[in-house]
Design a protein around this ligand. Structure first.
Ligand SMILES: [Mg+2]
Length: 122
């Protein structure tokens, strides 16, 4: 069982991811709706894994999920972050991985694929 922080600007997407994580036996210890609050919550909660949406509205100087990855990795070089991405975001996925993200998943999320990626990180 992992303690997971779920980051997405869409509440319905966060709910969907939370339900899947619960089904897999993991514990969602926090949620964030922007890259900025993701960084804050990471520092507060120290989750085992973060699921990180790429495209979110800018809050303060944090423009998107990639910027949040950079800041979280600078804070904790062992952070485990899985990007949640849409079709057409390949270039952003590459930048996220180069910035330290561990892996990525494509929307719509599939339970077996989510399990596979999380199992690899634990
Ligand atoms: Mg989004």
């Amino acid at each position: 069982m992992a303690k997971i922080l779920v980051v997405d600007d869409a509440k319905i997407m966060r709910m969907s991811i939370k339900n899947m994580l619960h089904d897999l036996g993991h514990k969602v210890i926090g949620e964030a709706d922007s890259g900025y609050s993701a960084i804050e919550e990471y520092k507060n909660l120290h989750p085992d894994i973060v699921t990180m949406d790429i495209t979110m509205p800018q809050v303060n100087d944090i423009t998107d999920g990639i910027e949040a990855v950079k800041q979280i990795m600078a804070y904790d070089k062992n952070a485990k972050i899985v990007m949640i991405t849409s079709h057409g975001e390949q270039e952003k996925v590459i930048r996220a991985i180069q910035s330290g993200a561990s892996n990525y998943l494509l929307k719509p999320l599939k339970l077996d694929r989510l399990k596979e990626v999380l199992d690899k990180l634990l």
